[in-house]
Write a protein that binds this ligand. Structure first.
Ligand SMILES: [Zn+2]
Ligand SMILES: [Zn+2]
Ligand SMILES: [Zn+2]
Length: 428
């Protein structure tokens, strides 16, 4: 054990002994309640106090992370032992192990590994901007699978593939930069949804539209210091997913124009979706899995440079600064906390760096999972993720089944796997 917190001299005060103790899943943390009702959490070193060679220590942590990835156990106690200098190599080696697995298993683990990487990256100032990217990737995967699950096969044919799979296949095959030419290859009757559902999806569709615009507008800055979203620019899988969603949104927009993402354009006649789809396709072709990779050509970069003069670039609401404790536990001093009181902690190096990049302190401005604005003084009760800081309303303002389905995903855990805590209502 490397935590001297409970070793107190016997002469002072009443004796303290633990009444109940419990080890965490991987035995790297011990929680105990003492006879005064105080709850203590102790960090237990994986080597039981023996000094390990760095490489051996890394391998040990990696093994435990993999164990949690496969079993589904929470890995918070492993994070207690990760030093900032270990983060990068742990993320890389975790990724290597993952790519070595069979495709079917990779599919199953695909979101858990993202959540794991996000929580690791949070521990080091060098990787903290990547947390937003992993989080956005989790969000994108969730939106994509939810929206695709809404498509229904036409009654007359019993297809061997779901409409969602066929959409993916067709979008991968038809590399045309013209959104309408990709669209005509699809059976549009599979996309018919009722009008209320389409309207209720608008905020999610808006996020997709905003995210595409944000990414393309940031392409010319590629060489600049790491900004959130950077890793998407060379990620063929995610860009392909966004491209598919643009096609779906285009079709839904034909059924109900008011569900389309709203863009603020300088010209009334501009077809913004078609412009963005063209640029997105060009960028996707540079890095998709199916073809040779290349650098984005100069015309594409030039066209992306022009975007801010054609469209208002949205400021994305990235993750708020989280007041989660794990990243502050690295200095090995004991920490005293009170139930129901927010800890007053010196900002760690990681938080400071994040502050420089992203706003978001104080009250949440947006429901991160519903993409609804909460207003300056939110009157709705919210819950926040204890791990990533994501905020969402406690009660659903929605009535349509499709959106209820979306919300069901987050009842127990956040997108990142973290647990929820209720947020106190702010007084204006
Ligand atoms: Zn987010
Ligand atoms: Zn979270
Ligand atoms: Zn979020």
């Amino acid at each position: 054990m490397d935590e001297p917190a409970i070793k107190r001299p016997r002469t002072t005060g009443p004796t303290v002994h633990f009444k109940a103790m419990q080890l965490s899943w991987t035995s790297l943390a011990l929680v105990g309640i003492d006879n005064h009702g105080k709850l203590s959490m102790l960090r237990i070193s994986p080597s039981m106090g023996h000094t390990l060679d760095v490489n051996l220590a890394l391998r040990h942590l990696l093994f435990l992370l993999e164990y949690c990835m496969v079993t589904g156990y929470d890995w918070w106690d492993i994070l207690l032992h990760v030093q900032p200098a270990m983060v990068q190599s742990l993320v890389e080696r975790l990724h290597e192990e993952y790519t070595r697995q069979k495709a079917a298993l990779q599919q199953v683990l695909s979101t858990r590994i993202l959540a794991m990487k996000a929580s690791l990256c949070k521990l080091s100032p060098c990787t903290v901007t990547l947390v937003c990217d992993y989080h956005a990737k989790l969000f994108l995967i969730a939106i994509s699978s939810t929206l695709k699950s809404l498509l229904r096969p036409h009654i007359l044919n019993t297809p061997d593939k779901s409409p969602g799979d066929r959409l993916t296949e067709i979008c991968a095959k038809i590399t045309d930069v013209d959104i309408d030419k990709v669209m005509i290859n699809l059976k549009t009757e599979e996309f018919v949804l009722d009008m209320n559902t389409l309207q209720a999806l608008q905020q999610l569709l808006q996020w997709v539209g905003d995210f595409v615009l944000y990414l393309l507008a940031s392409l010319p800055n590629q060489g600049a210091p790491l900004r959130p979203g950077h890793s998407f620019l060379r990620d063929g899988t995610s860009l392909g997913m966004l491209r598919e969603l643009m096609v779906v949104i285009r079709i839904w927009g034909l059924l109900k124009p008011s569900c389309l993402p709203v863009y603020t354009a300088t010209s009334d006649t501009q077809d913004s979706m078609s412009l963005l789809f063209r640029l997105l396709t060009k960028l996707w072709i540079c890095c998709r899995d199916e073809g040779p990779t290349s650098e984005p050509d100069e015309t594409l970069v030039d066209e992306c440079c022009l975007l801010p003069s054609q469209l208002l670039i949205p400021s994305l609401d990235w993750l708020p600064v989280s007041d989660g404790l794990v990243s502050r536990l690295q200095p090995k001093q004991p920490l005293r906390l009170h139930f129901g009181k927010a800890p007053i902690l010196p900002g760690s190096a990681t938080t400071l760096q994040l502050d420089g990049l992203i706003r978001a302190t104080g009250q949440p401005k947006i429901d991160h999972l519903r993409r609804l604005h909460l207003g300056a003084h939110p009157t709705e009760e919210c819950k926040a993720c204890t791990r990533c800081g994501c905020v969402t309303m406690l009660k659903s303002p929605n009535k349509t089944t499709a959106v209820k389905q979306w919300e069901q995903r987050w009842i127990k855990n956040c997108l990142c796997g973290g647990l929820w805590r209720r947020m106190p209502l702010s007084c204006p």
